[in-house]
Write a protein that binds this ligand. Structure first.
Ligand code: FAD
Length: 399
């Protein structure tokens, strides 16, 4: 089969690239080792930033989140309500199938059950060897993840890795209803990470995320978190997967013929672990750089990515380093300054950049005086706080 572009991996990054290329009249072949719908360890929480990408994914949304509860062990939780959606909940098996089917509808060729084993540059293009055949094309997009065959084939140094685990819990009817429209993010219980409860239509996604070097036994953190929340895990299967963090020294284009997208390029928010938006956006940008053609595809891709979000993810990395190193102080600072929560929510939904948020924080610290931070460090639960409640969330009857 003669194609212009091969895409290794049909997750959000690969599927977005394939759809865009096919729409532009480029012949594209997607190879994915899985048969869809396939399971994927993921919280399934989509930021409203995804809306800006022009994807009509309303048909696979299971819940719309308008309330976020931030918690930390032994602290009063912070509850934030918004009049506009803070997030959209999807199940990855449905969402990813929707994306890849859409690419097929637009004319992309998709080969399911084709595991890419190796890829290499050859004269005038790239050769991709799968367990079901060998394919050649002028360009390869690697969308097969941080530890995928593309990254390994080109000996790209690995990104820093966090570990995340995800368990789907079927909550009792009443308990599930209490979680509708609401997410819980718990800082401080997992080193350099957090734990979550997100609702879908009929169950709860719960999980933990932490820096690989810092966490010893991730399931233990999940069990302790669920105990604190009074949620039973029982014998529910837990799935885990690495999450890459951006490595600033690494370019997302290995060469003008090999572009990496999504997790393969390390495009994940280092504070939140959000990767779906960045996978989709980088896939679209890779397709744009390729469709524009010319000799500078790699430089063009790099530049567009930098302008779109890579620069801002550096701000996320700075904030992540602060919050994850001192979760209690950060948590109390947020609680003490409700406008900081507003601003943080604006970052999460994409209305404010991380850089702008950090500038606000620095200005706030200077305006309030350095001692205010020290005060925050000494903050006591007895202090009166607007919009917070004791932690240990009830899962019933609360809204
Ligand atoms: C537990 C957990 C929870 C998460 N929760 C969230 C969340 O709530 N919100 C969010 O935005 N992000 C979340 N993420 C991150 C998010 O899942 C990823 O960033 C996102 O899936 C990246 O998309 P991708 O297309 O780059 O890769 P993937 O979604 O991993 O897709 C890669 C595709 O490549 C295929 N593949 C792999 N190897 C090969 C091979 N050798 N040959 C052929 N095909 C191959 C796979 O079958 C897969 O279809 C979470 C991650 C984890 C681990």
């Amino acid at each position: 089969m003669n194609v212009d572009v091969i895409v290794a991996g049909g997750g959000p990054g690969g599927a977005a690239a394939a759809a865009q290329l096919a729409q532009a009249g480029v012949a594209v072949l997607v190879l994915d080792k899985a048969h869809f719908p396939r399971q994927k360890a993921c919280g399934g929480c989509l930021s409203p930033k995804v809306l800006s990408l022009g994807l009509d994914f309303g048909g696979v949304v299971e819940d719309v989140i308008e309330e976020a509860v931030f918690a930390a062990p032994g602290e009063a939780a912070i509850r934030y309500r918004s009049h506009t959606p803070l997030a959209y909940m999807v199940r990855r098996e449905r969402f990813d199938q929707f994306l890849l089917s859409r690419a097929e509808e637009m004319g992309a060729h998709v080969r399911y059950g084709h595991r890419v084993l190796q890829a290499r540059e050859i004269s005038g293009g790239v050769e991709v060897v799968s367990d079901r055949g060998t394919f050649r094309a002028p360009v390869l997009i690697g969308g097969d993840g941080a530890l995928g065959a593309t990254v390994r084939s080109f000996r790209r140094p690995p990104s820093r890795i966090a570990l995340a685990m995800d368990a789907r819990l079927v909550a009792a009817d009443g308990a599930h209803a209490a979680w509708r429209g609401k997410v819980l993010i718990d800082f401080g219980g997992v080193p350099f990470g957090y734990a979550w409860i997100f609702p879908t239509a009929c169950d709860l996604s719960t999980g933990v995320l932490g820096a690989k070097k810092k966490v010893r036994r991730l399931p233990g953190y999940l069990d302790r978190f669920l105990d604190r929340q009074g949620v039973q895990r029982g014998s529910t299967k837990v799935t885990g997967w690495p999450i890459p963090y951006p490595a600033w020294s690494l370019r997302p284009a290995i060469s003008p013929r090999v572009l990496l997208v999504g997790d393969a390029a390390g495009f994940v928010d280092p504070l939140t672990g959000e990767g779906i938006y960045y996978a989709l956006r980088s896939g679209l940008i890779a397709a744009q750089a390729i469709a524009e053609g010319g000799s500078g595809v790699a430089d063009r891709y790099q530049q567009l990515i930098w302008d779109a979000f890579q620069q801002d993810l550096r701000g996320a990395a700075i904030l992540a380093a602060l919050i994850h190193r001192a979760p209690e102080v950060s948590f109390r600072a947020l609680r003490r300054h409700p406008r900081a929560i507003e601003a943080f929510a604006a970052v999460l939904v994409g209305r404010l950049s991380y850089a702008a948020f950090l500038r606000k924080v620095v200005r706030g610290v200077f305006a309030a005086g350095w001692h205010s931070l020290v005060q925050v460090g000494r903050w006591r639960d007895e202090d009166r706080v607007v919009g917070t409640q004791r932690s240990g969330l009830r899962t019933e009857g609360e809204h």
